[in-house]
Write a protein that binds this ligand. Structure first.
Ligand code: PMP
Length: 434
């Protein structure tokens, strides 16, 4: 059955536009099909829009819903703990329990602080790294997303692949108007997955570098695993020059396993950031790190604050999400279902004579229409046919399958074998029509 009626969503969008800029609360929500959409409810692997259309959801609301929509245990815990209070402007026992749990699960965790979202936890990490090293800049990688704040809203867009220029000294473009030019001075940028290049540049500029920040799996453009030895190489360089290695685990955390990418790859960063899948859609993030780095917060040299931090609802959501993940251990299943879906999509593309690259570890992966056999960095992600991808995603959406607009799929603990079969069958139909 095809979804054809979006009239209620369209009318709501028109109404919203009169009072909300662009009708949405986050820029990315504009990028839906056929326009920014309104939803009424979600249950398990399904979400329903204002017109009553049903979608099998592989967006998981951009990643947080690792337990699917409206998980009953999370809803119950949030209700129960909120009934005791919302926010105390003081500490409460459950946040210690959550911190203890994170310390037990995350290999590099010794001290942590809770924040509201990934962006501000990244911001805190830079402050810690600068305070500790006395240096000013951070090194980041092309196409990696670390939130929407000023000093990371660069290097995410480019007029063309050629416009990026020299690999050792890339051209960088702002992602937004209104960025202070001075924020361009805060970072150096390089293509990802090229250890020799990082070694050369860090050897030359280490006196200026407080931190190297990376997504341990590059998920915001493509879904790219680190090259053999790349993360280990970053670890060694950062140790050599006393630079903070920051893993931005906003996506990989609780998605590749309970210990995040650092447990999956066996590399210990100095500082890491967890958000999204930590709390099933409630606004909480954590900056976790080794004591040697985080002690500047302990000693009040670095100020980290926030009125809304560690509210009862968010802590209850995180504790319960982790409890369910620990009890059920859905990870082997998520990897398996993801791999099955990836293989099914490859076969469907082959059957209908489309060159489609399907890449990623399984719990998350991307598709791209391209002759390329592997995508290794941001520059590679600029080659595939984005228009065709848009048509495919629109076609899937019409047939009730929801995928993130850049071709990213997330698998949850509640997706089933039947869901995977349905997605592959639908993809085959859409690919036949393209
Ligand atoms: N880092 C990464 C890797 C992300 O994917 C995101 C969000 N997509 C962020 C940071 C920012 O997190 P938030 O949207 O919670 O501020």
């Amino acid at each position: 059955m095809e979804n054809t009626d979006y009239s209620k969503s369209a009318a709501l969008l028109e109404r919203a536009r009169k009072v909300m800029a662009g009708g949405v609360s986050s820029e990315f929500r504009k990028m839906n099909y056929p326009h920014a959409m309104f939803y009424t409810h979600g249950k398990g692997s399904r979400i329903y829009d204002a017109d009553g259309n049903e979608y099998l959801d592989f967006t998981l609301s951009q990643g947080p819903l690792i337990l699917g929509h409206s998980h009953p245990a999370v809803a119950e815990a949030v209700t129960a703990y909120s009934a005791q209070g919302q926010l105390f402007a003081g500490q409460h026992i459950r946040e210690i329990e959550l911190a203890e749990k994170l310390n037990e699960l995350i290999p590099s965790a010794e001290l942590l602080r809770f924040c509201l979202d990934g962006s501000e936890a990244v911001h805190t990490a830079f402050r810690v790294a600068r305070a500790k090293t006395g240096r000013k800049k951070f090194l980041r990688f092309e196409g990696h997303f670390h939130g929407w704040l000023d000093n990371v809203s660069w290097g995410l867009s480019t007029p063309s692949a050629e416009a990026l220029g020299d690999r050792e000294n890339p051209n960088v473009y702002p992602w937004s108007a209104g960025l202070p030019e001075s924020t361009r001075e805060e970072f150096m940028i390089l293509p990802w997955n090229d250890l020799e290049l990082v070694k050369t540049v860090v050897a030359r500029h280490h006196q200026d570098l407080a931190a190297v920040i990376t997504e341990p799996v590059m998920c915001n453009n493509g879904c790219i695993l680190p090259a053999e030895g790349f993360l280990q190489g970053l670890r060694e360089i950062c140790t050599q020059y006393n630079i903070a290695l920051i893993f931005d685990e906003v996506i990989t955390g609780f998605r590749l396993g309970l210990g995040g990418a650092q447990a999956y790859f066996g590399i210990r960063p100095d500082i890491s950031i967890f958000a999204k899948a930590l709390a099933s859609g409630y606004p909480i993030s954590a900056i976790v790190g080794k004591k040697d780095w985080m002690d500047v917060i302990e000693q009040s040299k670095v100020i980290h604050a926030g009125t809304m931090n560690s509210s009862n609802a968010t802590i209850a959501a995180a504790l319960t999400t982790i409890k369910v993940l620990q009890q059920e251990n859905p990870y082997p299943r998520m990897f398996n279902l993801g791999q099955k879906l990836m293989q099914g999509l490859r076969e469907a593309a082959g059957k209908h004579h489309h060159k489609m690259l399907v890449q990623g570890p399984g719990p998350m992966f991307t598709i791209a229409f391209t002759e390329q056999t592997e995508i290794k960095d941001y520059r590679d992600t600029l080659i595939p046919d984005k228009q065709l991808l848009g048509k495919f995603i629109a076609g899937m959406h019409r047939k009730g399958i929801r995928i993130i607009g850049r071709g990213l799929w997330y698998i949850s603990a509640v997706h089933t074998e039947d869901d995977i079969k349905q997605a592959i069958k639908t993809a085959s139909e859409v690919l036949a029509e393209l």
